[in-house]
Structures are given as structure tokens and as C-alpha cells.
Design a binder for this molecule. Structure first.
Ligand SMILES: NC(=O)c1ccc[n+]([C@@H]2O[C@H](COP(=O)([O-])OP(=O)(O)OC[C@H]3O[C@@H](n4cnc5c(N)ncnc54)[C@H](O)[C@@H]3O)[C@@H](O)[C@H]2O)c1
Length: 315
């Protein structure tokens, strides 16, 4: 049997494909390359257990192409989405289509083909602004279209759990960092500095503070949770339990890692873009109670990811 991974050419999806292949699983990966890229698939594309299909989940061909493989699929890891929150902040259609509609189509495909397990990559953005640490019971009041359509996706899966799905695991990720990045704060800073090494313009006043998890820890946690959970509908915050890292500190670390003396210019608002949550902290007791432990703190994850992404982009 195989696992179907949507968003396979993206940052997290490509690492997840590699992990399952290393565990001798057969993997079918799909992506339409809106944000993902072929370079992320370089190491696995020739693996005999890997089938890659370039297809838009929202296209008419989606079912037709995938149905040829449907009999072998016993679980779906749905990661495809418009992961760039800022890009979707002025146009709700971006997230309505790529974040929500992809979930509807994937879920309908599962029903038509008797696939009963879906693992879903959600986000801390579903919570919106909260002063206390957010746990899985915290009231969700998203402030971005991205958060709205991720939460709608969660509810859509919940409704279908009542109908035909036997197991749904919703992972609400913190900010994930590491190699294969396709977007995100570190990726942005490095690319900005490559365009102009003298000045780094930071979105927001630099005091945004968020938890960061290294992608290695994330993949490890997801696979662990899969094994530890029975059939049912589960939600897990996945991130470090710490206070997070300030954006201004990330800017300084990137400038230092690139051996530059750039001037760092900050914006005036306390958020980077419309819908950005300036401060969020995760309560991950539910995750830790499974026995899983992260290897890196937010600061360690940021430092490791900076060197990995610089190596990838600059070398
Ligand atoms: N990276 C993070 O910090 C983070 C945090 C919280 C949640 N998430 C979620 O985790 C998942 C993976 O994120 P990522 O950082 O790897 O993002 P990513 O953009 O690198 O990967 C998403 C992939 O989905 C593909 N895709 C988008 N729309 C598609 C469509 N209609 N059909 C087929 N493929 C499509 C993109 O081309 C991309 O390769 C996303 O659902 C994202 O919302 C990520």
C-alpha cells in the first residue's frame, strides 16, 4: 500500500516524502509547482518507491489522473495549500482555492475511493490573537484568510469524520524552518540581502515573537503521532513550548551568518502584514504527553535553519 502526499514538492512535503521512503513505504506525491520546486525532489525522484504526479488538485484532471493509483492508497497526508499568508492577505480567492478547495477535493477523492485516513497540516494561524499560550481547546478566531480557510478545512474534515473517515489527525504547526524552504522569514531575509547587501528591510517593528520548529523535529513528531494515535479525530499543536524568537534577532543572526554589515531597517507596525499574528506561544502538553520530545528550541532551530538555507541559496 502507499501514502499519498499532497504538496510533495514543497518545503515540508518533500521532507515527509523522504521520511516515508526511508521507512520503505511507497509514496505517491502530487504538486502543481505553484510554490514547490523540482530541486526539492532531486534526491527522491528516481526512487523506485516514489511516484510523482504534477497536477493541480483543483483541476478537472485531478480525480482522473489519481484514480489510476487509488487502489494502492491507504492514507492521505494533505499538505498542499497556499502557504504564503502575506500573498493571500489581499485576495481571499488564493486561500479559498488552494487552501480550502484542495481540502474539499482531497476529501471527496478519499470518499470515492474508500480511503479512511487523512493527516492534515493546519496552523497556529487558526487561533488568531491571544495573550496566553494557545492549546488545542483555545477558541479559534483567525485574523487572516489563510487562517480562516485552514479552520474551514479542519471543520470540513470533522464533518466527514462523522460520515466516512475513520481517522483524521490535524497538526497545528508553529513556524517551521529548515532546508528546502520555499518562503518564510529566513528565506526572505537571505534573498533580500542577496539583492541588496547594504540594507535589510524588515516587515514590522521587529518585535513580532513566534515559536519556530526545525523541519526535522516536525517530521519526526508527525510520524510519531501517527503511530501513537488510534482511529478518531485528533488535533495536536506541534511546535516548541518556549517563548519563541524575535524577528529583529532573526534579522541580526542572518546578517551575521552572511558576514555582512548591513543596516537593518524596521517598519512601524507591530505586525509584518495584514493578518500577521505578532505574538503567539504554543502550549504543547498534549504532544509531550505522547512521549515525544523536540530536539531543538526555537533559537536552535532558527540558527540551524539559517546555515542550511544560506548553503542552499548561496552555494
Ligand atoms: N512552513 C510553515 O511554517 C507552516 C506553518 C504552518 C502550517 N503550514 C502548512 O504546512 C503545509 C506545507 O507547508 P510548506 O511550508 O511546505 O509550504 P509549501 O508552499 O512549500 O508547500 C505547499 C505545496 O503545495 C503545493 N500546492 C499549492 N496549491 C496546490 C494545488 N492547488 N494543487 C497541487 N499542489 C498545490 C505548492 O506548489 C507547494 O509545493 C501547508 O499546508 C502549510 O499551510 C506550514
Amino acid at each position: 500500500m502507499s501514502v499519498l502526499i499532497t504538496g510533495a514538492a514543497g518545503f515540508i512535503g518533500s521532507h515527509l516524502c523522504s521520511q516515508f521512503l526511508e521507512n520503505d513505504k511507497k509514496v505517491i506525491g502530487i504538486d502543481n509547482f505553484t510554490l514547490g520546486n523540482k530541486k526539492n525532489l532531486q534526491k527522491i525522484i528516481d526512487n523506485k518507491n516514489f511516484t510523482f504526479l504534477e497536477i493541480d488538485i483543483c483541476s478537472k484532471q485531478f480525480n482522473e489522473v489519481l484514480e489510476k493509483h487509488s487502489e494502492t492508497i491507504d492514507e492521505i497526508w494533505h499538505l498542499a495549500a497556499s502557504s504564503d499568508i502575506e500573498k493571500g492577505s489581499d485576495d481571499y480567492l488564493i486561500d479559498m482555492v488552494n487552501t480550502f478547495h484542495t481540502t474539499i477535493n482531497v476529501c471527496n477523492f478519499a470518499e470515492e475511493n474508500n480511503i479512511e485516513k487523512i493527516y492534515f497540516s493546519s496552523t497556529g494561524a487558526v487561533y488568531g490573537n491571544h495573550t496566553d499560550k494557545v492549546d488545542e481547546e483555545t477558541f479559534c478566531l483567525p485574523i487572516s484568510f489563510y487562517g480562516v480557510f485552514k479552520l474551514a478545512s479542519e471543520h470540513f474534515l470533522r464533518s466527514n469524520y462523522e460520515r466516512f473517515l475513520k481517522k483524521v489527525v490535524v497538526f497545528r504547526f508553529a513556524n517551521i524552518v529548515g532546508s528546502h524552504a520555499t518562503h518564510g522569514v529566513i528565506y526572505d531575509f537571505i534573498n533580500k540581502l542577496n539583492s541588496n547587501p547594504n540594507v535589510l528591510n524588515v516587515l514590522g517593528d521587529g518585535y513580532q515573537q513566534k515559536p519556530y520548529m526545525h523541519v526535522k523535529d516536525l517530521i519526526n513528531a508527525m510520524v510519531y503521532i501517527k503511530e501513537k494515535t488510534d482511529n478518531g479525530y485528533h488535533i495536536f499543536n506541534v511546535g516548541p513550548d518556549d517563548e519563541g524568537v524575535l524577528v529583529k534577532d532573526i534579522a541580526n543572526l542572518v546578517v551575521k551568518a552572511k558576514s555582512l554589515d548591513s543596516e537593518i531597517l524596521f517598519g512601524v507596525e507591530n505586525r509584518g502584514w495584514v493578518g500577521d499574528i505578532p505574538k503567539i506561544r504554543f502550549n504543547t502538553n498534549k504532544l509531550l504527553e505522547t512521549g515525544w520530545e523536540p530536539s531543538y528550541s526555537s533559537t536552535e532551530a532558527i540558527k540551524k535553519a539559517i546555515s542550511e538555507i544560506i548553503r542552499e541559496i548561496d552555494e
